[in-house]
Design a protein around this ligand. Structure first.
Ligand SMILES: [Zn+2]
Ligand SMILES: [Zn+2]
Length: 272
C-alpha cells in the first residue's frame, strides 16, 4: 500500500463535563479537564491517504489539494471552543478519541475519488494522542518517562564475552537513561466518557508500574533483572507483562525509547 501523510495544526479549547454526573464523579474521571471555563491545546493532526499512483503526475493526490481541503475542514475547529462553537460535541465529549472520529467523517467526505483516507493521528499534547483508521475501535496512546541506571551483563556469558557483546554498556559501575514509554490501548470507546480508557485510571496504572523502576538501578533493585540482562528488549517485555493485566486485553502496543536513537516496540506474546 502506498500512503502519503501531511501534518496540520490547529488550536482549540474544550471541556469535559457530564451534567448527569455529580461533581465528584466528574472530578474522579476527568480531573482538571472539568474546569467550567475550559482549557485549550495546540492540536497536531497527521492525515494519511492512500490510492492509486497516477502515472502522469507520479502522485496519489496532489498534496496542495489535500492541504486545501483539510484546512477547509479545520476552519470550523481552529481557534474555537469545541463544545460551544462546533455542532459535533453537544451529545458527546470532545475527547481525543471522539475528535479523531469526527475529523475522519469530515475529511473522508471531502476527499476526491482518487484517494481514500487510510489513517488519522491527532495529538492533543506531544505525549497524548489517538489513532483511527475508520474501524470500530480507536487507539489511544500516551507517553510516560522514567529514569534508571543499569549495566548490560549476561550471567550466561563470560566476563570477556560480556565485554565483547555489550561494549561500553558493560561498564561495571553502570550507566543510565531517560526512558520514554509509549502505551497504546485499543478498543471501543465508552459512549459516556468518549474514551477508550479512563485517562486518570490509565495514568495511575502506568505510573504504579513505572514508579518501581523510576530512579532505580534496574539490575540491583528490580527482581526481574537480577538474573537477566536489562536490555531494552527485556524491559519492554517485562513492562508488557506488568501492564497487560491492568488493561483487560486492550493493551495493543508498547514502544520503549531507550535513547532518542534506540526504540523497541512490543505487541505482546500472541501477536506475530
Ligand atoms: Zn484537554
Ligand atoms: Zn543502557
Amino acid at each position: 500500500m502506498l500512503t502519503a501523510t501531511r501534518r496540520f495544526e490547529f488550536s482549540a479549547a474544550h471541556r469535559y463535563w457530564r451534567d448527569d454526573w455529580s461533581q465528584a464523579e466528574n472530578q474522579r474521571v476527568f480531573g482538571k479537564c472539568i474546569s467550567p471555563y475550559g482549557h485549550g491545546h495546540n492540536y497536531t493532526l497527521d492525515v494519511t491517504i492512500t490510492g492509486t499512483l497516477d502515472p502522469r503526475t507520479g502522485m496519489v493526490m496532489n498534496m496542495t489539494e489535500l492541504k486545501a481541503l483539510v484546512n477547509e475542514v479545520l476552519e470550523e475547529f481552529d481557534h474555537k471552543h469545541l463544545n460551544e462553537d462546533t455542532p459535533y460535541f453537544k451529545d458527546q465529549l470532545p475527547t481525543t478519541e471522539n475528535l479523531v472520529r469526527v475529523l475522519w467523517q469530515l475529511i473522508a467526505a471531502h476527499l476526491p475519488t482518487v484517494a481514500r483516507l487510510a489513517h488519522l493521528r491527532i495529538y492533543e499534547q506531544p505525549d497524548l494522542w489517538a489513532d483511527y483508521d475508520g474501524a470500530e475501535e480507536t487507539t489511544f496512546a500516551r507517553a510516560y518517562s522514567f529514569a534508571a541506571a543499569h549495566r548490560l551483563h549476561a550471567p550466561a556469558l563470560s566476563a570477556e564475552e560480556n565485554r565483547a557483546v555489550y561494549g561500553k554498556c558493560n561498564n561495571p559501575n553502570g550507566h543510565g537513561h531517560n526512558y520514554t514509554l509509549e502505551v497504546s490501548v485499543t478498543g471501543p470507546h465508552d459512549p459516556a466518557t468518549g474514551m477508550v480508557i479512563d485517562l486518570e485510571a490509565m495514568d495511575r496504572s502506568v505510573r504504579a508500574v513505572l514508579d518501581q523502576l523510576d530512579f532505580c538501578h534496574l539490575d540491583h533493585e528490580v527482581a526481574a533483572f537480577a538474573d537477566k540482562p536489562s536490555t531494552a528488549e527485556n524491559i519492554v517485555v517485562y513492562l508488557w507483562d506488568e501492564l497487560a493485566p491492568r488493561f483487560e486485553g486492550r493493551l495493543s502496543h508498547l514502544k520503549l525509547w531507550e535513547t532518542r536513537k534506540n526504540v523497541f516496540t512490543y505487541t505482546g506474546p500472541h501477536s506475530v
